[in-house]
Design a protein around this ligand. Structure first.
Ligand SMILES: [Zn+2]
Length: 481
């Protein structure tokens, strides 16, 4: 998508669609008033007749209004001015793009100014692409060119484009089915992205993983015909002596549950079980392209959790890379096994602060619903920094208590730790407590993104499927350090 600014007015611009916004209970102003005046008050009359609504994200189209060069005017209801939060700018951009993208259109000019311009650009870039990757006649169509009819700094324009494309990459990876996206092809795509965006990539293949004693990760991937991978990404934006921050992602490219097999309904969306890793990749792309002055490493463990005669079993004891032994009580609690080794690699690479992201537990949806990321940590200051970055980015997160009671549930009779708690209650926290066993004393935040990373249904501003959540927050966090 080409995005540029324009100084041509809403009435004069030659575009397929011109988008304007109207506030609830406010008189028309700016471009909306210009169009209304040029068209002899047609917009005002339509509002009066309740054919055009100012309710938030309702959309109406004026066809060929007089005095306007564009054949179509998209009117987006913006709701009440008093009720604007950090999610608003992104969503406005998405609504314009998704509405226009429902048909094939070359050039759109939007005159809806918002507070956070880069977020609005992210929305524009992501609203018109969806999960119809393999459809001949797409439901959403890429808009070739977007003109922004308001003042935008060069910096904001670049930032919006980079973040928008990075979110798009994350979404695309998550939306890809597991027959196309498996550990090896995923690793290849990361190598390619690193080349294009300018970050270093190191890939550990099966043999290297064995040499590196990644026993927990390898056990999960063992029954797949696809080899496992671990990928280390490095963005060296800070000074050489600065310890890096590490972003660590779970990349289970398909999760059948293993011998603790998932039922069909629970397995259907399990191509999305690599969303944590995809988020890390999208974030590394953005950090490199924005040249963020911070050393950041990304570590992703890529495996496919399948079934065969050599599957890892219930009761098996695995030796993780850290040396800690793990008794397996459930082969569907596999993401934490992958992360145990990936976190160890991040620490060995000198990380002095860790964030991991994972579609880790269904229990997190029970606790927090589908919109909120669960936050668990061993360090309040570090956790506060992440929460603050997420709040600024308009991404919803909420802390869960890391009470020591939950660790007691992880005691095994044969090994150092077992991979699930007792019973099903508090499963999100016992999972985090398990990970805590592998972070030593390094400040660490675990993000359970099982809810927000993949949506069952579309919203007005974005298609269903992958959301690309937390890319903006992680970039914001790195910039704030
Ligand atoms: Zn699982």
């Amino acid at each position: 998508m080409n995005i540029q600014t324009t100084t041509v007015s809403a009435t004069e611009i030659e575009a397929d669609v011109v988008a304007i916004g109207i506030w609830k209970d406010e008189p028309l102003d700016g471009p909306a008033k210009e169009i209304d005046d040029a068209a002899g008050g047609v917009l005002s009359r339509m509002i009066e007749l309740e054919e055009v609504s100012a309710e938030r994200f309702s959309t109406s189209v004026l066809h060929g209004p007089a005095g306007v060069k564009a054949p179509l005017v998209l009117v987006v209801g913006l709701g009440s001015k008093d009720d604007v939060d950090e999610t608003f700018s992104y969503r406005v951009g998405g609504v314009v793009s998704k509405t226009v993208g429902s048909k094939q259109r070359e050039h759109v000019a939007t005159y809806i100014n918002v507070d956070v311009v880069p977020d609005a650009i992210c929305g524009l870039i992501n609203g018109c692409v969806g999960q119809d990757l393999y459809m001949e006649k797409k439901k959403l169509n890429e808009i070739q060119s977007v003109s922004l009819g308001f003042e935008v700094s060069t910096e904001d324009l670049t930032r919006g484009k980079v973040l928008g494309e990075s979110i798009r990459l994350t979404r695309r990876l998550v939306n890809m089915p597991a027959n196309d996206l498996h550990p090896e092809s995923f690793a290849d795509m990361i190598v390619q992205t690193g080349k294009e965006s300018g970050f270093e990539v190191e890939v550990w293949d099966q043999e290297r993983l064995e040499r590196e004693r990644c026993g927990a990760l390898l056990a999960v991937g063992k029954a797949s015909t696809r080899e496992s991978r671990l990928v280390i990404m490095r963005h060296n934006g800070g000074t050489e002596s600065d310890a890096p921050v590490a972003y660590v992602g779970k990349g289970v490219t398909f999760d059948s549950g293993g011998l603790s097999l998932k039922p069909t309904a629970g397995m259907l969306d399990m191509k999305c079980d690599m969303a944590g890793a995809a988020t890390v990749v999208g974030t590394m792309k953005a950090l490199a392209e924005l040249n963020v002055k911070q050393n950041v490493i990304g570590v992703v463990g890529l495996v496919e959790n399948m079934i065969a005669g050599n599957s890892f079993r219930l009761g098996d004891v695995l030796t993780s890379r850290s040396g800690k032994t793990i008794e397996v009580h459930n082969t569907d609690a596999e993401g934490r096994l992958v992360l145990a080794d990936a976190l160890d690699v991040a620490i060995e690479n000198g990380a002095d602060r860790l964030i991991d992201l994972a579609t880790l537990t269904g229990a997190c949806l029970v606790a927090l619903g589908t919109e909120i990321v669960g936050v668990m940590s061993n360090d309040d200051d570090w956790s506060d920094q992440l929460i603050s970055a997420a709040n600024t980015s308009g991404e919803s997160v909420w802390s869960l208590p890391m009470h020591k009671y939950f660790s007691e549930q992880l005691k095994s009779t044969i090994a150092d730790v077992k991979n699930v708690g007792t019973g099903r209650w508090g499963g999100t926290i016992t999972a985090a407590k398990f990970l805590e066993e592998f972070v030593q004393d390094v400040p660490w935040v675990h993000l359970d993104i099982a809810g927000p990373s993949f949506a069952d249904k579309p919203a007005a501003w974005i298609d269903g499927g992958a959301s690309g959540c937390m890319v903006r927050s992680l970039v914001q966090l790195a910039e704030s350090l």
